[in-house]
Every structure is written in structure tokens, then in C-alpha cells.
Design a protein around this ligand. Sequence first.
Ligand code: DGP
Ligand code: NA
Ligand code: NA
Length: 207
Amino acid sequence: MTRGVLIAIEGLDRTGKTTQTSRLLDRLAKSGVDATLIKFPERTTPIGKIINTYLTDKAFELSDQSAHLLFSANRWELAEKIKNLLEEGRTVVLDRYVYSGVAYSSAKGLPFDWCLSPDVGLPKPDLVLFMKFKNEENVTREGFGEERYEVAEFQQRVKTQFEKFQNEDNWKPIHVDNKSIEEVEELIWAEYEVSNKGGEEVTDEGP
Ligand code: DGP
Ligand code: NA
Ligand code: NA
């Protein structure tokens, strides 16, 4: 059986990732692809509950290193599930992944390679769709500022760290400036189709 495709959607806060991951899921379902959505941080697991408190309660103190390792551990909580889904041939869509892990923590000043190391060994995405804004439009979106990292100046530093991944072979920027939700959906679908053609088996003849 062909292994499923692993897709991650990445970007700063309030850039439309959650809207677009759910649209991608709908679209995959309509084209007959069995896909599962996993959102990181997954706030309902034992470690995810601590992360949720950290993000929503600005008085909850945790060293930057501890926070970093918890976010990574949260991905490891789901690693086996992701691997199994892919082995069963299912497509898995991730709303944030290791790239957020490195970008947010290295933006605080932790060394980039140190940030990467606890995530080594997690399943590697075939495709990373990076929601890319030229301007900092995200900071003016409704709800911005509610959680710990939603501070304009910090988002700018996270953006700089995310861009260090731009030469990775799986990295595809989605230029979202001035685009409607529908237009962004089309851009994402087009990237999915291009990447999927590369790995697809040609089966135009019956068995
Ligand atoms: P979200 O639920 O997608 O809005 O994510 C919550 C916040 O957590 C958001 O500001 C991004 C941040 N975040 C996500 N993953 C990680 C991570 O692995 N490490 C750190 N430090 N922050 C992360
Ligand atoms: Na957020
Ligand atoms: Na989100």
C-alpha cells in the first residue's frame, strides 16, 4: 500500500491556518481522500493541558526551555498515531508542527539547533504550506492579543525564524496578502495537487 501524504500548515498567529486546514479536509474528502486533521498544540492530552494553561494564563510561569520541551513532547504524544495513519495509507493534515516549535522558541533567543533537536525523529511532512504575509496583517485580526505570544513585535521575530526554513525541499509559501479565503484555498489545493502527482502510482489499467 502507498504511504499516506503528510501535510503541515504553518504560519504566524491569526493567519487563517485553522480555516484553511478545515477547507483542505473538506476538499480532500470530496475527492475521495481519507484524511485526518491533527492540530498542534493538541490541548486535550496530559501535556497539552499544561500547554493550554501556559498559553492562556499569562501569570503561569515556565522557563522557555521547559515550554519548548513540552510543545515537543506534545508532538511526540501523537507521533505513533500519525505514523500509523500514514502506514494505513491515510493523508494527515497538521495545523502547526515542528516548524512552529522551532520558530516560536528560537524567537525568544534559544539556539535554533537546540530547538530542533527534541523533534528529530518525528515524521517528516511531504509538504509544508507556509501562510506568508508580506505585511503584518495578522496582528490586526479579530482576537489577536488574547494569548501569550500574540504581541506584534514578537510575531515579527517568529516570522524571521520561520523564514529560515524557506529553502527546505518540502516548503511552499502561500502568498496570502489581499487574498480571499476562497483564493487561498485554491492556492493550497494547487500545491497539494502538484506535490501529490510526484508520488502517485500510475494505475490506469486494472489488475
Ligand atoms: P494555536 O492554537 O495554533 O493558535 O497555537 C497556540 C500558540 O502556541 C501560538 O501562539 C503558536 C504557539 N506554538 C505552537 N506550537 C508551538 C511550539 O511548538 N513551541 C512554541 N514555543 N510555541 C508554539
Ligand atoms: Na493563536
Ligand atoms: Na489557529
